[in-house]
Design a binder for this molecule. Structure first.
Ligand SMILES: [Zn+2]
Length: 271
């Protein structure tokens, strides 16, 4: 009798283990519906997501349906909330960027770009989902940095694709949107800009403007960032050398536009 019980227990264990493996191999379903913005604050949200079945969802996750595969490089941050996707011309992601940030004359192959999904703490103190397209060469850096910023509660107002602003940098910056890839050549050259290669990212640009003196006149981008030109002034979301984003990006080998000499680009980190 004992032998039958032992065999029965073994069968039950094997069936259970088999079921577990299957769950692990399946990608978690990303259904539209639950919005993380309904959480009272991002800490509650974090607690909630310790349950692996609680996956944040919004419309952007619809993108994961065609033609994309999660990055498989072993060192890539690959968690439920911070992950990168390689995408093709057949994908919904490409449809969103074609003719906008991925212009018709774009010379950067899609295979060099990655779509990143991150979380960030907004100015409302709550967790929000962010989308970034960047060069694969900095995908791991960005995933690590944005996870660390999120864990620290560092506030970034918006992380949307610049395509949501029709790939117009000024409109994106004026709306304080943090973004990375936007293909363009440097004016009057055939050299691709660092944003054009997906190798540069701008953080909270409204509070951290690009400033250059041209013919004695101060050129400020975005134009509505004038209140934040005085970097000796004290105001929130200011990037300087004591700022966590500055520290994380530079620790990952990025250079900061705020250290440039002929112009200042306080929002800008590039590799
Ligand atoms: Zn920039």
């Amino acid at each position: 009798m004992k032998r039958y019980v032992a065999i029965l227990v073994c069968i039950v264990l094997l069936v259970t283990l088999g079921a577990c493996r299957k769950d692990e191999e399946q990608q978690p379903a990303k259904e539209v519906g639950e919005s993380i913005k309904t959480e009272d604050n991002f800490k509650q949200y974090k607690d909630k997501t310790t349950d692996e079945n609680q996956v944040p969802n919004n419309e952007s996750n619809n993108d994961n349906t065609t033609g994309e595969a999660k990055m498989t490089t072993t060192n890539v941050k690959d968690t439920e909330n911070f992950y990168g996707i390689e995408f093709t011309e057949d994908s919904d992601i490409f449809t969103r960027i074609k003719g906008k940030s991925y212009k018709d004359d774009c010379t950067v192959p899609l295979s060099d770009l990655r779509y990143l999904h991150v979380l960030h703490v907004g100015f409302d103190g709550q967790a929000h989902e962010g989308e970034i397209i960047c060069n694969k060469a900095i995908a791991e850096d960005l995933l690590e940095i944005f996870e660390q910023l999120y864990e620290a509660g560092y506030q970034i107002e918006k992380i949307k694709l610049v395509d949501e602003y029709n790939a117009e940098d000024e409109a994106s910056m004026a709306d304080n949107n943090s973004s990375c890839f936007n293909f363009r050549f440097i004016s009057h050259t055939t050299k691709i800009s660092n944003h054009g290669k997906g190798m540069a990212i701008d953080i909270n640009p409204l509070y951290n403007p690009y400033i250059k003196t041209v013919n004695g006149n101060l050129n400020i981008e975005p134009a509505n960032s004038t209140p934040y030109v005085d970097r000796a002034a004290d105001f929130p979301h200011k990037i300087d050398e004591t700022d966590l984003a500055y520290q994380l990006f530079t620790a990952h080998g990025f250079s900061w536009g705020g250290a440039w000499t002929t112009s200042k680009d306080y929002q800008h980190f590039e590799k």
